[in-house]
Design a protein around this ligand. Structure first.
Ligand code: ZN
Ligand code: CU
Length: 531
């Protein structure tokens, strides 16, 4: 007797092979049988003719650790069919925490939900606190290098002393023993950007010893893209661990086309036997905090020190001069016009949301650069922006590459309450259906089994997950049922808080979280621990 039978759909199993018509039987939290199950009885049956059944999607690059805390229902992700999120990316994670540098961590945090009080110290303590209330989807936690560095040495802009490095290594080793999956870096973000390659290698060795992987927001995604990819590969080679290049892109018009070169570097490394892969989101705009526009020395000493510099005419003139230089080392402002930067979210200056920096400057009778600096200061560095600076052809090339999987770089949001604030990047709502609708059905950049593989089997391989990302007997019952003719994203830059269409049912660990397009309120997700 089955608990649930999904009848008559096309099963695309996540391995990349073409699907066929089959029934899927579920018992408890696992898939019990796949095939002709017409003779099997089940407590409930879902008729799904004309639909696709696929493994639940794995979001390889997410920042939901800051959001799931108050959005246990994981609304904007679960409705895309995401059943597992990899969080703690780009160097940011909510743990470990030290007493000494707690305020620095608060300033560093991307977003602080109610109740995120940093009562924990170790990653293990954090995970236990997070796990107490349950979530709609499964979570895979990485340890952020920025967070680690802050715990050991705050926003100090120098190499760590021996004792500080040892402390970071100890904290990371503890985290790995307590269920973290690897190390992430954000090498354009202070204080992660203050680290030398050698520091990253020393930490990656610890992750390697615990069979973790290294995910990197690399040191430059514009003019310095290729050197940055080489650095990530070097870390993988030296520390002997798998490398995940996060959200591969070439930012700024002069750099368009270079995604092909970045992918060629990855291919060459793979040819040498190194395990290097990448992820991508299906949009031509990126998004990050507005303070990322600043040269990284402006954050030395932390957010308060940054605020003081923004108020000091001399420091401000220096910041200005560096931002006016044609190419910044960080590449964020690599010849992108102010009209291509839209403010996505502000806690205080609500008037700025959804508007371009060029407009905001004009409205305030200011140079756009000064308007940006004013905004960073007013928002204490927490404002977000969207940068329209990527090439559609680069994007298609990345999507089609066999070592590239899908990662949203977004968070679990919701179109109600505090999570509906501002005009965040639509990737938080639209990534997976956009790949399946726009880039698979409409543009045919990918075949459907291949697209699904990039959201299921491929990320599962990266994670070493054997029992998820695949539809087969014995695997965990994380499943999506969608209409391949109708699936589409609806979130736009102007109206981002919109769920996609065509995703009808989402099952996590054998239980419906989305049924007939509605959230059931069920929280069957698990905090996953490495194999
Ligand atoms: Zn990033
Ligand atoms: Cu990220």
């Amino acid at each position: 007797m089955l608990d649930l039978k999904i009848e008559g759909a096309t099963v695309i199993d996540g391995t990349g092979v073409t699907g066929g018509r089959a029934d899927v039987g579920i018992r408890g939290d696992a898939i019990a049988a796949v095939g002709d199950l017409s003779r099997e009885s089940a407590a409930s049956t879902l008729r799904a003719a004309g639909r696709v059944v696929a493994p639940g999607f794995i979001d390889m690059h997410s920042h939901s650790d800051w959001r799931l805390w108050e959005n246990r229902r994981a609304e904007s992700k679960i409705r895309q069919g995401v059943t597992t999120e990899v969080v703690g990316n780009c160097g940011f994670s909510p743990a470990p925490v030290s007493d000494k540098f707690l305020d620095d961590l608060r300033g560093f945090a991307l977003y602080l939900p109610k109740g995120m009080d940093f009562a924990w110290r170790s990653v293990g303590d954090y995970l236990r606190a997070f796990d107490q209330e349950g979530t709609a989807l499964n979570v895979v936690q990485l340890v952020g290098h920025g967070t680690l560095r802050i715990a050991a040495m705050g926003f100090a802009r120098r190499a760590p002393e021996a004792a500080e490095l040892t402390r970071m290594q100890r904290l990371l080793a503890d985290a790995m023993e307590d269920g973290a999956w690897g190390l992430s870096t954000g090498l354009i973000y202070a204080p992660g950007s203050y680290a030398t390659t050698e520091e990253i290698v020393e930490l990656a060795r610890v992750a390697s010893r615990h069979r973790g992987f290294y995910a990197s927001h690399i040191r430059g995604e514009g003019a310095t893209l290729l050197d940055a990819v080489r650095e990530a590969i070097h870390v993988g080679r030296e520390a002997d661990l798998p490398v995940q290049v996060s959200h591969v892109k070439a930012a700024g018009r002069p750099n368009w086309g270079r995604v092909a070169d970045a992918l060629a570097l990855i291919d060459a490394a793979r040819g040498e036997g190194l395990d290097v892969m990448a992820d991508v989101y299906p949009y031509t705009a990126s998004s990050t905090t507005v303070r990322t526009l600043l040269p990284d020395w402006a954050l030395e000493g932390g957010i308060e020190a940054m605020q003081q510099r923004l108020g000091d005419p001399e420091a401000r003139a220096r910041i200005r001069a560096e931002l006016m230089a044609p190419v910044t080392g960080q590449g964020v402002l690599d010849r992108i016009g102010w009209e291509n930067i839209m403010i996505a979210f502000c806690a205080r200056r609500k008037d700025a949301e959804g508007r371009r920096l060029s407009e905001i400057g004009a409205a305030r009778g200011m140079d756009p650069l000064d308007a940006a600096l004013e905004l960073i200061a007013d928002e204490a560095g927490k404002a977000y922006m969207i940068l329209f600076q990527l090439d559609e052809k680069d994007l298609r090339r990345a999507l089609a590459h066999p070592a590239v999987m899908i990662g949203s770089d977004g968070s679990s949001l919701a179109p109600y309450g505090p999570l509906a604030a501002g005009k965040p990047h639509p990737r938080s709502y639209g990534t997976f259906p956009r790949v399946l609708g726009e880039y698979t059905r409409e543009q045919r950049v990918l075949g459907l089994p291949e697209a699904i593989h990039k959201m299921t089997g491929l990320p599962a391989r990266r994670l070493g997950l054997r029992d998820r990302g695949i539809v087969r007997p014995g695997a965990k019952a994380d499943l999506v049922v969608f209409d391949p003719k109708r699936i589409a994203d609806r979130a736009t830059y102007e109206e981002p808080h919109r769920y996609p269409v065509g995703i009808e049912h989402v099952v996590v660990n054998g239980r419906f979280v989305v049924k007939d397009g509605q959230h059931t309120g069920s929280l069957p997700g698990k905090l996953l621990t490495p194999p």
